[in-house]
Write a protein that binds this ligand. Structure first.
Ligand SMILES: C[S@@+](CC[C@H](N)C(=O)[O-])C[C@H]1O[C@@H](n2cnc3c(N)ncnc32)[C@H](O)[C@@H]1O
Ligand code: SF4
Length: 382
């Protein structure tokens, strides 16, 4: 069987939120009265620059991520999509996703976004429990989240939502109940993340001061195992560490990252892997929205770093991304990029430990391996 085509995606970062959640270290900022016309114009200029930089490709997915892209006015989304269409073309069947917060969606906006071609929404529900939503600093209630799910189901062909688990004091029984309830509202895709305490966030300081504790490793493993089996029983396969979908309903845009395809990233703090002269160019833009805007206005782009990735780096990145996927990575592709095969001794050692599994040309992390992916990669690629 030939390897699936990784596709080519365009990522658009909208860095603004109504409030900053205490656990979040994404590039998101609370700014009142964002001038969306100016911002849209800057996104278009940066897209034009990226199109010039990049070898021609057929776009397979577009992803509005954040921050909170559901705070974008439909006219802003329209301007960005029109530019992508002009520069690359948007064929029928291109996946166009947008991340939405339950507090910033209304029927009119969803209707307008769907009419513009957005065909997939990913909602940040986070919990189906009001006490935990409050703990997570979310502005919505369970009722509002369920209303937003309903609305998204009405307007979009495809809909997913995010939940954060492994919260303080969360038992396997409570999570089982909550996840089972969530599955009754799900269509065909769920993103289920374990709460991580990120440095530089309010949760990091609170956690360090002992204001709350998170499940220890054993408890987290039990919660993870319960997640895998409950979703599998419901027909939502864990196609990636934190992502569950029915076959065919996987997020194509994220698959492009994990299958190590090419993508352009625009907006503050966006990363890209841009195809250039047959190689991959890693791009990063300025994170601070005001500085990014000033850079784009001065030079047509907000790039602060741009470097061609060596084949050896590409091989490592491909392994890093691909082992997140249930389908794994092609050992031949790794060898042809890096110029040498994976170290056979390490491979057999890690397979013997039950962390890796090889089927023909495909190398996969086992469920146990996926739980300790960073450590596993460190050992495999040392
Ligand atoms: C870019 S964010 C969210 C989009 C949207 N602004 C929202 O909050 O609904 C993508 C997802 O990452 C997850 N996330 C962010 N920080 C996290 C953390 N520290 N631990 C676990 N999940 C996290 C949340 O589930 C969130 O919905
Ligand atoms: S989790 Fe979402 S809403 Fe909260 S700060 Fe991060 S990006 Fe913004």
């Amino acid at each position: 069987m030939s390897a699936p085509d990784p596709g080519f995606g365009i990522y658009v970062h909208w860095p603004f939120c109504q409030a900053k959640c205490p656990y979040c270290d994404f590039n998101s900022h609370v700014v009142r009265n964002v001038d969306q016309v100016t911002y849209a114009r800057a996104l278009v200029r940066e897209l034009e620059h990226m199109a010039m930089l990049s070898d021609p490709q057929a776009v397979t997915s577009i992803f509005f991520g954040g921050g909170t892209p559901s705070l974008m006015k439909p006219a802003t989304v329209e301007t960005v999509l029109a530019a992508i269409d002009r520069l690359w073309g948007i064929n029928q069947g291109v996946e166009i996703s947008l991340e939405a917060n339950p507090t910033s969606v209304e029927a009119d906006k969803f209707r307008a976004l769907a009419a513009l071609g957005v065909n997939r929404v990913s909602l940040g529900v986070q919990a189906l429990n009001d006490k935990d939503l409050k703990f997570l600093g979310r502005l919505h209630s369970v009722d509002e989240a369920l209303g937003a799910i309903e609305l998204a189901r009405t307007h979009f062909g495809r809909m997913s939502f995010d939940l954060i688990y492994a919260r303080p004091d969360q038992t396997v029984e409570a999570w089982t109940q909550e996840l089972t309830r969530a599955l009754s509202f799900a269509v065909d895709h769920l993103s289920l993340y374990q709460l991580t305490i990120e440095e530089g966030t309010p949760f990091f300081d609170l956690h360090a001061r002992g204001a709350f504790t998170v499940p220890d490793e054993d408890q987290a493993t039990m919660l993870y195992d319960a997640t895998q089996s409950i979703c599998a029983d419901a027909g939502l396969n864990a196609y990636e560490v934190s992502n569950h979908a029915r076959v065919g309903a996987e997020c194509r845009h994220n698959l492009t990252y994990w299958r190590y395809g090419d993508y352009v990233g625009v907006g503050p703090g966006a990363h890209g892997r841009v195809p250039k002269g047959g190689a991959k160019c890693a791009t990063v833009t300025e994170r601070m929205p005001s500085k990014w805007l000033a850079l784009v206005e001065a030079q047509d782009h907000g790039l602060v770093d741009q470097e061609t990735i060596t084949p050896a780096q590409s091989a490592e990145e491909m392994m890093l991304m691909g082992l997140r996927l249930q389908e794994g990575v092609s050992l031949k592709r790794y060898a042809s990029l890096s110029g040498k095969p994976v170290n056979a001794d390490r491979l057999s050692e890690l397979s013997g430990d039950g962390l890796l599994q090889q089927t023909g040309d495909q190398l996969k992390a086992t469920p146990a391996g996926r739980l300790v992916l960073n450590k596993l990669l460190g050992e495999l690629l040392a």
